[in-house]
Design a protein around this ligand. Structure first.
Ligand code: SAM
Ligand code: SF4
Length: 329
């Protein structure tokens, strides 16, 4: 049975953050000293997550993306991924990773039938990588990129575009699509960095990123976007891969939003920009039955903000500043 929200939008996609811990300190996601992690017992256990996934799958969720923090920092992740693949109704399991610890698991990801891997990589320059992530791990991420391609795992590169940090990488990253069948996606920077917005006004909007691409590749062509896609997608004639732009700050895609989020602390978000609309962990730990959990999900899905601007307005505190590592992107 398809699941719909109060605006008639189908909901079939869950983004599940399995940890808030991370081995990088990306400029756009966390302060240099990091954020204070929640105590381990405040994180959902794998058993709790699997139960919630099973209930949501019965309600109509068929696609899951595992995210974090860095998912591979959590122990026994691969076992959990294997278990998720067996949940009735779950058709696709995807993962977003920074690639630092991922390469040794690529064989197993392939064997379990992972639907795709999104690799976060904002530059192909080792020094700039170090400046942006505040860690010197570029080589390991590069190894992961090549391992994913060698295993024919559908791969997307996520690059956040940041004024003064990596705008010179837009073309080199796009050039990857010539040689490799990857989708490179440029993301508008959002203020989810643990501190608040880096800029009075966002300069590197989706329009500006597209201008740069059009200037360098006058023959660039718009291609069809998948249903409920958050990216506008393009292809350069002759290139194997595609290039996408995600208007994450401008929020142009809310009208078809099909996704919900579960943070590592067990808070349900029905919009990236809301402050968390349901503390499902407490409900689970108070002993709720599956039927009770299902009911509270149903009620929450019927009170969804119509877009990211309304969700932001509904916050108790208006400013968005929490770290993306607690949300999962
Ligand atoms: N650690 C994993 C990784 O980096 O791929 C998964 C979690 S990370 C929070 C998920 C995605 O969110 C990454 O692709 C990252 O680039 C993106 N992200 C984090 N902070 C962001 C921000 N302030 N604006 C836009 N995207 C952001
Ligand atoms: Fe870690 Fe991912 Fe955030 Fe970078 S974007 S600090 S890799 S959670």
């Amino acid at each position: 049975m398809p699941l719909f929200d109060n605006h008639g939008r189908p909901i079939n996609y869950l983004r599940l953050a399995v940890t808030d811990r991370c081995n990088l300190r990306c400029f756009y996601c966390m302060p240099a000293e990091g954020i204070s992690y929640v105590p381990k017992k405040e994180l959902l256990s794998y058993e709790e997550m699997e139960r919630l996934v099973r209930i949501l799958a019965e309600m109509g969720i068929s696609k899951i993306r595992i995210t974090g923090g860095e998912p591979f920092v959590r122990r026994n992740l691969v076992d959990f991924l294997n278990r998720l693949h067996k949940v009735p109704g779950i058709e696709e399991v995807h993962i977003t990773t920074n690639g630092v610890l991922t390469t040794p698991y690529v064989d197993e990801l392939k064997a379990m039938g992972i639907a795709s891997v999104n690799l976060s990589l904002d530059t192909f320059d080792r020094q700039r990588f170090k400046e942006i992530t505040r860690r010197d791990e570029f080589e390991r991420v590069l190894d992961c990129f090549h391992a994913l391609l060698a295993h024919n795992i559908p791969t997307k590169i996520n690059a956040v575009v940041m004024e003064g940090k990596n705008t010179q990488d837009i073309i080199p990253l796009t050039e990857l699509t010539q040689q490799y069948p990857v989708s490179v996606r440029f993301i508008e920077e959002m203020p989810f960095n643990g501190e608040g917005s880096h800029y009075p006004v966002l300069v590197w909007t989706h329009q500006k990123i597209l201008e740069v691409l059009k200037q360098h590749y006058p023959a660039i062509e718009k291609i069809a976007d998948a249903p409920a896609s958050t990216s506008y997608n393009y292809q350069i004639p002759g290139h194997q891969g595609t290039v996408g732009i995600i208007a994450a700050f401008s929020r142009t895609f809310c009208g078809t939003c099909n996704r919900i989020r579960l943070t590592a602390q067990g808070t349900l978000k029905t919009c990236l920009y809301d402050q968390g609309v349901l503390d499902i962990k407490n409900i689970v730990r108070a002993g709720a039955t599956d039927t009770e959990i299902r009911k509270v999900f149903e009620t929450t899905f019927q009170n969804r903000a119509k877009d990211g601007f309304e969700a932001e307005q509904r916050r108790r505190s208006q400013s968005v500043s929490e770290s993306m590592s607690t949300i999962g992107g």
